[in-house]
Design a protein around this ligand. Structure first.
Ligand SMILES: Cc1ncc(COP(=O)(O)O)c(CNc2cccc(C(=O)O)c2)c1O
Length: 459
């Protein structure tokens, strides 16, 4: 079992030796980290015994909820049987074969092949190399450019960070790499002022057509997007957006890629976000909910045309030591089987998802500085705004979001601030009673938030 230390001792050792992701190390160590020691269902406990409601399912990933001993038993059994062997050099093993069969079963039709990675970023980098290889084999090697969206998020590897549209990431490391372009995001609240959502969805998709014509269709390899932008703040596109994107991709013969790292494995109430929006990509990337975060694993679902073309090209020179890792594959298999056989995905679509969306709107609609209340299934958000009537946002984008997030955290409720968007993506096993309790806490926090705005002369 874990060595028993005081919170102070944990904090001291962490500050001395551990570099955290996406963190300003100096400021983190002024405050001191919260030591999360265990978790169950939708709850976390810290080293001070505080019970915390995890409204973010870790990092959008613990779809099945914490504390599933069946998954840890599968991990132990697999590790005792075959802890590791690779899938290079004409070998395979039962765990990755069983997972592949199951994933093809839950995938939309037309995806009979899966490539494995260790993360969403590696899935995205794998996809980038597949897309460029695809056009090589097709005899159009100049079709290299991949188009993403500003404020899209596709990971932290050099490829993923380049394809993502977070400019503060591009500034660190001289990104994007060559052959990457971006178009504006389909954020209706900000860009669609004098249009209906449906008109805006078509207009926003046409930004892709403009970009393709600017670059030259003969140079464009693919368009890549998250069905709903997650880390960008749960930007839910109008219903007309994705079908128009797909039409434009077919018109100019460029591949359509969905990044389902967040939207995949039941988050929207469908198995994959592409099914909610009604489009069919050529490839899609996954991770997170694939194993519910119990072990690191990612998977690239390769459409049959792309798979056949890659195969025609002979050796595809790409892969990782841990591609299809036996223990990660076994746990992912048990996780996906439970999401399906326990009806968890189905319940998001038919029961808890609609309930959350209704209660989310009821809870936050009453606040003066909350607007654009939105969501699908169990991914939802709202935007903190200075003036609803004029849709005026606060100055210093992100500052108010962090203030609001800290009020939630102070009440042992984890929600995420993405700029001035407040987002929530709980484990898919959340019950209606837990939704009511969580939102009652959140409502009290929002009263405090409004009070703080007044005290700061911002309201
Ligand atoms: C759509 C998408 N694509 C790729 C990645 C990269 O996955 P990995 O992190 O496993 O390499 C992601 C990851 N998304 C992600 C990761 C970490 C933090 C947050 C946040 O919103 O705070 C979001 C993602 O959301």
């Amino acid at each position: 079992t874990q060595q028993q230390r005081s919170t102070a001792q944990w904090r001291e050792l962490d500050a001395a030796h551990h570099l955290h992701p996406f963190t300003d190390t100096a400021s983190l160590n002024e405050q001191g980290v919260r030591m999360i020691t265990h978790a169950d269902g939708i709850y976390l406990w810290d080293s001070e015994g505080n019970k915390i409601t995890d409204g973010m399912a870790g990092l959008w990933c613990v779809n099945i909820g914490y504390g599933r001993k069946d998954l840890s038993e599968v991990a132990k059994r697999q590790m005792d049987e075959l802890a590791y062997y690779n899938t290079f050099f004409k070998t395979s093993h039962p765990a990755v074969v069983e997972l592949s069969r199951l994933l093809v079963e839950v995938a939309p039709p037309g995806f009979d092949h899966v490539f494995y990675t260790n993360s969403g970023s590696e899935s995205v980098d794998t996809m980038i190399r597949m897309v460029r290889r695809y056009w090589d084999v097709k005899g159009k090697p100049q079709k290299k450019t991949l188009i993403g969206r500003w404020n899209g998020y596709h990971g932290s590897t050099i490829g993923g960070a380049s394809l993502g549209g977070m400019s503060y990431m591009h500034e660190q490391g001289d990104l994007p790499i060559p052959g990457i372009a971006h178009i504006e995001q389909p954020w209706y609240y900000k860009h669609g002022k004098d249009m209906t959502p449906e008109e805006f969805g078509v207009a926003a998709a046409h930004w892709l057509e403009e970009k393709i014509l600017e670059i030259g269709a003969d140079k464009v390899a693919a368009f890549v997007g998250e069905p709903i932008q997650g880390a960008g703040g749960v930007i839910v596109p109008p219903s007309t957006y994705w079908p128009e994107i797909e039409r434009i991709c077919r018109k100019y013969d460029i591949l359509l890629v969905a990044d389902e790292v967040i939207c995949g494995f039941g988050r929207t109430g469908e198995w994959f976000g592409q099914q909610h929006f009604g489009f069919k990509p050529d490839i899609f990337t996954t991770a997170k909910g694939l194993s519910s975060g119990y072990l690191p694993i990612g998977a690239v679902f390769v459409g049959n045309d792309v798979a056949a073309t890659l195969a025609a090209g002979g050796d595809f020179n790409h892969g990782f030591t841990y591609s299809g890792h036996p223990v990660a594959a076994a746990v992912a298999h048990a996780n996906v089987q439970a999401l399906r056989d326990e009806g968890i995905v189905q319940r998001v679509k038919e029961d808890v998802g609609p309930y959350m969306q209704k209660r989310w709107r009821e809870t936050f609609g009453q606040f003066e500085h909350v607007d654009d209340i939105r969501g699908v299934g169990l991914i939802q958000a709202f935007t903190l705004v200075k003036n609803k009537a004029t849709r005026e946002l606060f100055d210093n984008w992100g500052e108010i979001g962090l203030m609001c997030r800290d009020i939630f955290f102070g009440s042992n409720l984890i929600m995420r601030a993405c700029g001035d968007h407040i987002v929530c993506a709980p484990p898919l096993v959340i019950t209606k009673a837990e939704i009511d309790t969580m939102l009652a806490t959140a409502a009290r926090c929002m009263e405090t938030f409004e009070q703080k705005l007044r005290e700061r002369g911002l309201a």
